[in-house]
Design a protein around this ligand. Sequence first.
Ligand code: 13P
Length: 258
Amino acid sequence: MSKRTPLIAGNWKMNKTATEGVELVKEIAAAVGTESSVNVLLCPPFTALSAVSAAVEGTHLGLGAQNMHDKASGAFTGEISASMLRDLYVTHVILGHSERRSLFGENDAFINRKVLAALSASLKPILCVGELLSEREANQTMEVVRRQIEQGLAGVPAAKAESLVIAYEPVWAIGTGKTATPAMAQEVHAFIRKLLAQQFGAESASRILILYGGSMKPDNADALLAEQDIDGGLIGGASLEAKSFVDLVQIAAKSLRD
Ligand code: 13P
């Protein structure tokens, strides 16, 4: 674990009603709601944001969204703007998740517009990048990640670089139970930090959080978080139950002490 304050973020995806979400938050808050050595973020579906926003008030738990549109307002049926998220005290927004890329056709140019719109609205983008299994097998991992980082972050002003969070999520590890080994993940994280240094300078790059995502669970988190450039996790399945998510937060807190 690095000197950066770790972030454990739960991406609930299309799970939990508002009522179920509040129940989950209450359990998480009771266990780690005052934990301050680790930043904890919950990213519920849009319909639960308002209720979860109220439920995290007065705790150290933060609130993120799973997506947004790049335009400020207008005729975009079904979409949500940055200011709508800000109004609910959302601080972070996941952008370019592989499910958005593969199931909803989002490309790097669109994701880039969202990143810029989020930063303009003082939301912190969590930009997701990662290769498909076929790309890894064809030795294209670095090339794919480079394209996603360079195009996703095009035009980001250096002054805003430290508001960025990057999540490396190898697509073949998402929801499959297969995790990148700590060494495999570290290799890509170090490469991402090098790309960030090229764009924003080494000083800023050293402060940007790079999360790992893809079947991260209490039994593999320790080894992943021990790597120098892995600054936390973007957690899918294991964020849907209080016990596993709380365990992950506690493992991240412990990794700081080790
Ligand atoms: P899983 O933890 O379920 O593999 O999901 C990871 C993910 O996609 C988080 O954004």
